[in-house]
Design a protein around this ligand. Structure first.
Ligand code: GRF
Length: 202
């Protein structure tokens, strides 16, 4: 399966997907890395690995306008799926609708807890025993779609948001490459995803 990855910055999750795709038995290949910032460091990494890249600033453009520019690139690259990886943009409903059940995101919390930003600090401040990361199907609501997989990560005494984030990033890289591979392998049957959500909800 052909996967396009959207990033905004360093792209460590994109790199994890890219390196996993080098394995012989990986069911997906990365066909494009696009960023809403031409200076995103992840673009240089992808280019050095021979992956097509597209960097374009969203500044001065309406949300739907920018999204349609990105969408045209995704379709020109022949992407079957989109993986958001540290992509710090809200998506227009039209864009999301065009990739229904074919777009995933990695979020650095145990959803449905801590949607949005500053997730690690919020978990620490709440006195939670664990924080973690989730891979979910992207819907029009921010960080709200069906959760496909999660990794809980224990919060250590004395953890700062940064030390916790560094550990969770390790879990993110493993979780995303494995979950994306599972996702593109199974037929994207809505009932399959429904069962998956039921499993997690039980
Ligand atoms: C990661 O914590 C990811 O969960 C969040 O953005 C952060 C940066 O990710 N979505 P990356 O290093 O750019 O992949």
């Amino acid at each position: 399966a052909r996967v396009a990855v959207l990033i905004s910055g360093r792209g460590s999750n994109m790199a994890a997907l890219l390196y996993a795709a080098k394995a012989d038995n990986c069911p997906y290949e990365i066909v494009l890395v696009a960023a809403n910032d031409p200076a995103a460091p992840g673009l240089a990494l992808a280019a050095a690995e021979g992956i097509a890249t597209f960097g374009y600033s969203h500044k001065g453009l309406k949300r739907a306008e920018f999204d349609s520019i990105i969408d045209a690139q995704l379709r020109a690259a022949g992407a079957d799926y989109v993986a958001l990886a540290g992509y710090m943009r809200l998506l227009s409903p039209e864009f999301v609708a065009g990739w229904e059940n074919r777009m995933l995101n990695i979020h650095p919390s145990l959803l449905p807890k801590y949607k949005g930003l500053d997730t690690h600090q919020r978990a620490i401040d709440a006195g939670d025993s664990h924080a973690g990361c989730s891979v979910h199907v992207v819907t029009a609501e921010l960080d709200d779609g069906p959760v496909l997989a999660q990794t809980p990560v224990a919060i250590l005494p004395g953890d700062s948001a940064d030390s916790l984030a560094a550990r969770i990033l390790i879990a993110e890289h493993q979780l995303y490459s494995r979950t994306l591979a599972e996702f593109v392998t199974r037929e994207q049957q809505p009932e399959w995803m429904l069962n998956r959500v039921r499993e997690i909800a039980l």
